[in-house]
Ligand binder design. Structure first.
Ligand code: GZL
Length: 342
């Protein structure tokens, strides 16, 4: 059964889609929170920009916590190399203070544009005020920052609420609306953790029999996801769990290891679903251990460079550009795996 791919379709008032090679018909309006966005031409995968060569871009990355993050970093670095962008890159090891230090360093270096993926939603206004005073435009990439619109030029990323809803809607169908769910949440305070939880709860709320009996952070890492699941399976609640919903594939893959160690069969005795759509997730679906993964496209490099070139040229961009996401389960995983780019 080929499951529909959802496309986060955005009407004129809601922003634009970025091509992720998902295709698929436009779906309903996303659960995004910026109804005032205006569209701009989709530029995903554009050929090299004339203005990119020599552009000084400072990028403050979250860290290297997951397969998704690795692919995101690779997309940014390879696109900068391809287009001759002078990239200053920092890995914050998932610490906000390191990202703030990196942004201050980019300001001191006088880069043309700053881009960053906020590890958490709050605490960014002071440093973004400094970038504004230095007349350096800021691109918020991947995760949302909770700041006033005048402190950043544009947001480029996915609709995490929609991703959570897609996962929940799939689970309602898979279980017929009855299950005890263990949730492995992402980094506390991060937009993907906040929004995926919110969207998932909205979707499963339609089925009274779907209960979240356990929720704890696995910090988006495989190691922590395994640790949390090992402890859960030793507890009385653990014996009642028949679904694991992980906010990313890496935590799901850690949980799968923990489930197997007890002799239970992940994907059969316990349904496992997650978000990201990384290759290892697809391989786990082909092996029957992961049941479903909602895609979250990390290949934002071309779009970040395109936005940086336009900002350096003084152009105004839409406040929010949303990446198209798909959803895949075991019925399509083997066919789709060769097409995966990350
Ligand atoms: C989502 C991204 C999340 C991924 C995780 O856009 O911020 O962070 O889902 C990653 O794998 O660690």
């Amino acid at each position: 059964m080929k499951i529909d791919r959802f496309a986060v379709s955005l009407f004129a008032t809601c922003g634009i889609l970025l091509s992720s090679g998902c295709g698929g018909p436009a779906a309903d309006k996303p659960a995004g929170d910026k109804p005032t966005d205006t569209p701009a031409p989709t530029t995903a995968g554009t050929t090299a920009n004339a203005g990119a060569k020599g552009l000084k871009l400072g990028f403050a990355q979250v860290g290297a916590e997951s397969g998704w993050r690795t692919a995101n970093t690779e997309s940014i670095k390879s696109e900068c190399e391809k287009q001759g962008v002078d990239l200053k890159f920092s890995d914050a090891q998932q610490k906000q203070e390191n990202q703030i230090k990196a942004i201050r360093s980019f300001i001191a270096q006088g880069v043309d544009v700053i881009a960053f993926s906020p590890v958490v939603e709050t605490g960014w206004a002071p440093v973004l005020q400094e970038a504004k005073r230095a007349h350096i435009p800021v691109i918020v990439s991947d995760r949302r920052a909770d700041v006033p619109d005048d402190l950043y030029a544009t947001f480029i990323g996915s609709d995490f609420i929609k991703e959570g809803e897609m996962a929940g809607e799939w689970l309602v169908k898979k279980t017929g609306g009855t299950a005890n769910i263990a949730e492995l949440t992402g980094t506390p305070g991060s937009a993907p953790a906040n929004d995926r939880a919110k969207g998932f709860r909205t979707a499963i709320g339609k089925a009274a029999g779907l209960k979240i009996v356990f929720s704890q952070t696995g910090e988006f890492t495989r190691t922590k996801g395994k640790e949390v699941m090992e402890a859960l399976l030793k507890s009385p609640v653990g014996n009642t769990v028949n679904v694991v919903f992980a906010h990313n594939d890496d935590m799901a893959l850690g949980a799968i290891q923990a489930i197997e160690a007890t002799g239970k069969k992940p994907g059969k005795d316990i349904v496992v679903l997650s978000i990201d759509g990384i290759k290892d997730g697809f391989k786990a679906m082909v092996d029957g251990k992961l049941n479903c993964s909602v895609e979250c496209n990390p290949l934002l490099g071309p779009n970040i460079i395109d936005a940086a070139v336009q900002l350096k040229a003084g152009k105004t961009l839409p406040k929010r550009t949303v990446v198209q996401d798909g959803i895949f389960d075991q019925s399509v995983a083997a066919k789709e795996l060769p097409n995966r780019k990350y």
